[in-house]
Design a protein around this ligand. Structure first.
Ligand code: PMP
Length: 289
């Protein structure tokens, strides 16, 4: 699904066949989840060119994630964007998902890495959470504690928490999970941020206990430009149960509406919600309109 015999990835300065690329079985990343990654999309622009959407923001976050967990990483943002476009071209793709992964050499100790490897893979990927409105379950798992993890960094190991929450929701017959933070406020989805609509305004959790997404920042900016009031605040589970509408957002998921949270169905029709408007404004933004 992600690659075939012709697929090319970037690996440590070379463009190589994905099927022939190797990683070391003794990598600290494989054993301890000590790696950082990004999720990016490329979009064909109105004028036909291909652009790495928010490339600078994503690759800065990759650099900052490395720094946060002491993984040495020396690529510049410009180099990373150029490499990404080259991998897209070599795979004859246009609109694709881009997965950079920075991983560490063999080391079974718990010391910081002395060097790192970079791989960048690309593949065609539809909206990660689909196009249908989502039935979401409040998770019994909370997001990692910010005093225990560098939660603003996109570290591979953090995603075990996301897998647990996602699996719990799916096993109970839901489409997706919503996690609370350690203080009991709404945090985020396993791989997305959340916005609620109440009385004509949007609300989203503050960035204290979430991965503050680049899509979330783009939406906050879209709101400013379009006169939509959007407030960042602590949101209780009771508040979401009284919201008019809600949606999740992220690079992979883009903007996707929620039908319900647990057994509460949002009363405003998605097509008449602010979220629907944001969904189309976001789409325009990705293709340079
Ligand atoms: N929260 C989590 C936990 C995520 O994994 C993601 C996806 N990177 C997001 C939020 C959304 O971030 P972005 O908009 O930067 O993709």
């Amino acid at each position: 699904m992600y690659y075939n015999n012709d697929t090319i990835i970037f690996l440590d300065g070379k463009y190589v066949k994905a099927a022939e690329a190797n990683a070391d079985m003794y990598s600290q990343s494989l054993h301890y989840g000590y790696a950082v990654f990004e999720g990016i999309r490329t979009y064909t622009q109105q004028d036909g060119t291909i652009k790495v959407f928010k490339g600078e923001e994503h690759y800065k976050r990759l650099q900052q994630s490395c720094e946060a967990v002491y993984i040495p990483f020396n690529y510049t943002v410009e180099e990373l964007i150029d490499i990404t476009l080259k991998v897209i071209e070599l795979n004859k793709l246009t609109d694709a998902y881009v997965r950079p992964l920075v991983f560490c050499p063999p080391n079974m100790s718990l010391q910081k890495a002395s060097s790192s490897s970079l791989m960048i893979a690309v593949w065609s990927w539809g909206a990660y959470l689909g196009e249908k409105l989502l039935r979401v379950k409040t998770s019994s798992f909370t997001r990692p504690n910010p005093s225990g993890f560098k939660i603003h960094a996109k570290v591979s190991g953090h995603y075990v928490n996301s897998i647990l929450a996602c699996q719990e929701a799916k096993s109970a017959g839901f489409d997706e999970a919503l996690l609370l933070d350690g203080n009991g406020f709404i945090a985020e989805g396993p791989g997305s941020n959340i916005f609620l609509q109440k009385d004509g305004k949007l609300y989203t959790p503050t960035d204290a206990n979430i991965l503050p997404g680049i899509t979330r920042a783009t939406i906050i900016e879209i709101c400013k430009q379009n006169g939509i009031v959007c407030e960042e605040k602590n949101i209780t589970p009771q508040e979401i149960q009284q919201a008019d509408s809600a949606f999740l957002c992220g690079t992979a998921a883009e903007v996707i509406g929620m039908e319900s949270i647990d057994d509460y169905v949002f009363p405003i029709n998605w097509s008449e919600s602010i979220g629907k408007k944001i969904q189309s404004l976001y789409k325009n933004c990705t293709i340079g309109i």
